[in-house]
Design a protein. Structure first.
Length: 65
């Protein structure tokens, strides 16, 4: 009964984390700003950290099944 919400949450976390990492990498490779009004020195590591944390949460949700 509880597997459905856990699988959904894991899928959301994994998709968001992967998309954020790909998007951040593509923007950083082109030299485009990752976040408007924020220095790239701060925005890129924070975005990468958020993507990695999201992937870790997705893996944790799947591990709880």
């Amino acid at each position: 009964m509880e597997h459905g919400p856990a699988i959904f949450a894991a899928a959301v976390f994994l998709l968001f984390g992967a998309a954020l990492l790909v998007w951040t990498g593509a923007r950083a490779a082109r030299g485009a700003p990752v976040a408007e009004g924020v220095r790239p020195l701060m925005a890129v590591p924070l975005a990468l950290l958020a993507g990695a944390v999201s992937l870790a949460l997705g893996a944790w949700c799947l591990g709880r099944l």
